[in-house]
Design a protein around this ligand. Sequence first.
Ligand SMILES: Nc1ncnc2c1ncn2[C@@H]1O[C@H](COP(=O)(O)OP(=O)(O)OP(=O)(O)O)[C@@H](O)[C@H]1O
Length: 268
Amino acid sequence: MTKTCLTFRDLTLGYNSHPAIHHLDGTIRRGSLTAVVGANGSGKSTLMKGIVGVLKPMAGTVVRAPGVRAAYLPQQSELDRSFPARVVDLVSLGLWPRRGLLGRHTREDRDSVSQALMAVGLGGFEKRPIDTLSGGQLQRTLFARVLLQDADLILLDEPFNAVDTKTVGDLITLIKRWHGEERTIMVVVHDLDLVRHNFPETLLLARQPIAWGETKETLRPENLLRARRFHEAWEENAPWCEPDNHEHGDHPHDHGHDHHHGSGPRAA
Ligand SMILES: Nc1ncnc2c1ncn2[C@@H]1O[C@H](COP(=O)(O)OP(=O)(O)OP(=O)(O)O)[C@@H](O)[C@H]1O
């Protein structure tokens, strides 16, 4: 079995012909736990969407190893909580890959939903309407859904946002459990202390990878400073660079960074 879960080859992702992230080269190892960090608008969510396939690359590729099943948790702000659903309905969506959309749920399925809810500290919440949940309870519910999905690759976009400290601790425990099960996990996180304490590897983005590798190395002050400079220098409406141009560093937004054409993460 290959050791690589994801491979990025000069990946450019964006919206309406404008790149949001470009020149991403490298690989994500199977069983790795990676934090994705960067300023607001640095392309973190865009990368998640690109990996899961919600967004198609403008250039380059993102390749998933054969057979890898992904679970993706978008930012809470992208969820419509006014939808009249109960906790059990939301969590049961995690059974899709196995049951299909219209598949009937068996007693065993209902038991696994209840077990997943217990595992996230929401035992007995099955019938609660989702619009009555606190931010922390909703995030726990969504983690229960991810649990049920039983995916090889887990992508979590800002799961600790608007969540109390106790819930953050419990969610980290679950993430570590998944890591122990050798699943591949990428998590968008804003709190760098949280990253330093819990994530072995980090990808620092500022529309392009600034540093990538062991967390302690990646989050060195000089890398964080570089990320800030790159971020501030980005022109929002820049045309996207042609694949041929960026190699020669002649694009106005090419700041002379070195491309990572090898495999495996590195510090830039
Ligand atoms: N649907 C969209 N249409 C057009 N532009 C978008 C869209 N989504 C994101 N963008 C733009 O792409 C860039 C990267 O956004 P992205 O959401 O990936 O950043 P982020 O690092 O996740 O930010 P945050 O920390 O604020 O969530 C931003 O300039 C953003 O305005």
